[in-house]
Design a protein around this ligand. Structure first.
Ligand code: 5GP
Ligand code: MG
Ligand code: MG
Length: 197
């Protein structure tokens, strides 16, 4: 178990399982695209590890780039308007595969579709390492899904809790009930105060 800020997280998906899922995605995508050169687009910050590990497994030439969506400053956070950083390259006629860390409600995905609508791409495919089907509220097709997970908050492998946890090589799930007995298990032997080793 780990602690980030005020919350506890338990091991959920191992680095090996993630690796296997990315390997499968790389081959699925390559089988569909063939030897055309795709443009893989990572959505920062969360997808940096997904992209890095995924493209190493992609078995033929490809281009790799990143975009970042940032909320407009001074606009109420309830308004779903985002500013785009990146995407300087001409994508006309190209097969674009968006690489996401996680798809939850699908709001980010809706924004991505809006962004790519004017790019005259040949095809826009969506790939995500993690997907929460119980939280998804949109109709956009998810072409490639790594691992379906329940609607609970996770961290690690690029995903953060308030800035922390992105560097973890595996994924942890939030612990909703935090009994002292569990805390003792992971403290130094005999500590019994819930302090972290
Ligand atoms: P959506 O727009 O689909 O609701 O959510 C996408 C974004 O929300 C992700 O890129 C990620 O930043 C954040 N997110 C959604 N679910 C989780 C989660 O379980 N853990 C973390 N750390 N971030 C999440
Ligand atoms: Mg993301
Ligand atoms: Mg985040």
């Amino acid at each position: 178990m780990i602690k980030l800020h005020d919350k506890y997280f338990k091991p959920f998906i191992s680095a090996k399982e993630i690796d296997t899922a990315l390997e499968r995605l790389a081959h699925e995508i390559h089988n569909d695209i063939g030897y055309e050169i795709p443009v893989f687009v990572g959505v920062l910050n969360g997808s940096f590890m997904v992209v890095s590990d995924f493209v190493k497994k992609y078995p033929s030439p490809c281009e790799v780039t990143f975009i970042k969506l940032a909320s407009y400053e001074g606009v109420k956070s309830t308004e779903d308007i985002q500013r785009l950083i990146g995407l300087t390259q001409d994508l006309k006629g190209r097969t674009v595969v968006v690489l996401e860390d996680i798809i939850d409600t699908g709001n980010t995905l809706a924004e991505i579709h809006r962004i790519f609508k004017n790019e005259q791409v040949k095809a826009l495919k969506i790939a995500t390492l993690f997907y929460k089907p119980a939280a998804y509220k949109k109709d956009f097709k998810l072409h490639y899904v790594g691992i379906e997970i329940p609607n609970k908050f996770i961290v690690g492998f690029g995903l953060d809790y308030d800035g922390l946890g992105r560097n973890l090589p595996e994924v942890y799930q939030i612990k909703e009930t935090q009994h002292m007995t569990n805390l003792v298990l992971f403290g130094p032997p005999g500590a019994g105060k819930g302090t972290q080793a």
